[in-house]
Design a protein around this ligand. Structure first.
Ligand code: HEM
Length: 463
């Protein structure tokens, strides 16, 4: 097992006891991770009661399976989450339920089949090459915050593969800033809802900023989609073979109907956000972990050189990079970008002999399950080699992409993109953490570092 004698990957020290309601309100407004306590990482199930919320946390694997796989219609996606994301994502596949979700998933599936994923490799690689040029442009020792670079490259990849459009830096920054604002205000709105603070007070606080931020992101996307939507409805189909083109021409098998403009905008907004925010978060954390473990970095470098030499990357080589794949998987274990999945209980039911009332919230949190003391050896340590033997991973305890019918549609896309980006960086640079830098991990919609990720990229002799 690999270990680092000096560092343990950072994670916020849990409280020793369950926090008071008052404390929870102020702490969790910033990050839901701040409200966790030690037992959260060893309990089978837990309960959090707030004035506007009765929430059950499920860590026990067979119950996780029941919620996410066996009884999906009994545990639909949480309405509060849908309401919180609505200004940005409308009625997108991420939050809908039942027949509406089924129709959306059937129409999106073809865009994410394996053949399509390798088909978009060239587009991904173009964006990653430009990332490489940006990273090289600051001399042989580049001191930088890598987080915005990861956000930019993953957003650029989504633009190229979904919309056949290039994302220039100004547009990127505008969208990214709006989204950061949206995330921060959404965490506050969530807490206000849970504490039943009257709605009229919200507008004195940040609700209008949140709605404006959601609209800012949607406006940029609507401007790109509109001409292509109009072209398809007037039967002049463009030459693009991207994910938007398959959405524009997708037909509901039962009704023969196509997606409306608003429906397409909702899905694209969702794909854009789910597709870059999660990957950017995971890549930033991977760079952080590599900086803490130089010997794992060297092994990864040897792997890239052995498989590719100094030549161009191709999709088959990416598939052969087992160590880099395991490094990314282990990062997804320690810092799962989607830290919790929010469901609700459609009917009264029993779990571990306790009654769960109809309408209560049910949460499955990879953040907790992935660090659970019962399921993982050295749960807070970084050990990519644990994935060499998939049999050694307890069933239903590793779920960065979710499980069951609502599993991430973009998982293969994300794995291909991540390994390509990491291989590109690892081949050209040694990664070090800037002296004294400690990331401030926060749980909002995704798990991010609030103070960025300050590293030094040292160009290798062949880089
Ligand atoms: C490392 C990167 C990613 C991670 C960790 C991730 C994680 C997840 C998780 C955990 C879910 C399920 C949430 C739940 O059950 O409540 C999900 C759903 C989804 N993800 Fe991802 N995702 C990633 C990348 C992507 C990419 C690149 C795309 C598309 C380009 C994407 C599109 C989606 C969609 C459409 C759903 C909703 C599926 C449904 O409800 O049917 N994701 N993702």
């Amino acid at each position: 097992m690999s270990s680092c004698p000096f560092h343990q990957p950072f994670f916020p020290k849990p409280l020793s006891n369950k926090a008071s309601l008052f404390f929870t309100f102020f702490k969790k407004r910033r990050s839901w991770l701040d409200g966790l306590y030690e037992r959260s990482y060893s309990m089978k199930t837990g309960r959090v009661k707030m004035p506007g919320l009765d929430l059950h946390v499920i860590n026990q694997p067979d119950l996780v399976h029941r919620v996410l796989v066996d009884e999906v219609s009994e545990f639909p996606k949480n309405k509060l989450l849908g309401h919180l994301l609505e200004p940005l994502l409308g009625e997108s596949i991420f939050t809908t339920n039942g027949d509406q979700w089924k129709k959306q998933r059937e129409m999106l599936n073809p865009s994410f089949e394996m053949t399509r994923i390798s088909h978009v490799f060239g587009l991904m690689n173009d964006a990653v090459k430009e990332l490489g040029e940006r990273l090289h442009s600051n001399g042989s020792e580049n001191h930088l915050n890598i987080d915005p670079e990861m956000t930019y490259v993953t957003a650029d990849i989504i633009f190229r593969t979904i919309l056949s459009a290039r994302l220039d830096r100004n547009d990127a920054m505008q969208i990214i800033e709006a989204f950061v604002m949206f995330q921060e205000e959404t965490a506050r709105t969530a807490m206000r809802t849970m504490f039943k603070i009257p709605q009229w007070l919200w507008f004195l606080t940040g609700e209008s900023k949140r709605i404006k931020a959601g609209n800012a992101v949607r406006d940029v996307l609507a401007d790109i989609i509109r001409p292509r939507y109009d072209a398809v409805t007037s039967n002049t189909i463009g030459a693009e073979r991207d994910i938007l083109s398959s959405l524009l021409t997708a037909v509901d098998a039962d009704t023969g109907e196509r997606f409306s403009f608003e429906e397409i905008l909702d899905q694209v907004a969702m794909l854009f956000l789910a597709g870059h925010e999660t990957s950017a978060s995971a890549l930033t954390w991977t760079i952080y972990l590599l900086s803490l473990y130089p010997e794992i970095q060297e092994r990864a470098y040897d792997e890239v050189i052995r498989i590719t030499g100094e030549g161009e990357f191709d999709p088959l080589q990416i598939k052969q990079m087992d160590l880099i794949t395991n490094i990314f998987k282990e990062t997804l274990r320690l810092y799962p970008p989607v830290g919790f999945f929010a469901r609700e209980n459609a009917n009264e039911t029993l779990m571990r002999g306790k009654t769960i009332a109809k309408g209560s919230s049910v949460v499955v949190a990879p953040w907790l399950i992935h660090r659970h003391k019962e399921f993982w050896e050295n749960p807070n340590g970084f050990d990519p080699d644990r994935f060499n033997d998939p049999q050694s991973i307890h069933k239903d305890t590793y779920l960065p992409f979710g499980m069951g019918p609502r599993i991430c549609i973009g998982a293969s896309f994300a794995m291909q993109e991540a390994v390509l980006i990491l291989a590109t960086i690892i081949r050209d640079f040694k990664i070090e953490l800037q002296e004294g830098f400690v990331p401030d991990v926060v749980g909002r919609l995704t798990v991010r570092s609030a103070n960025g990720m300050h590293v030094i990229l040292k160009r290798r002799a062949n880089g």
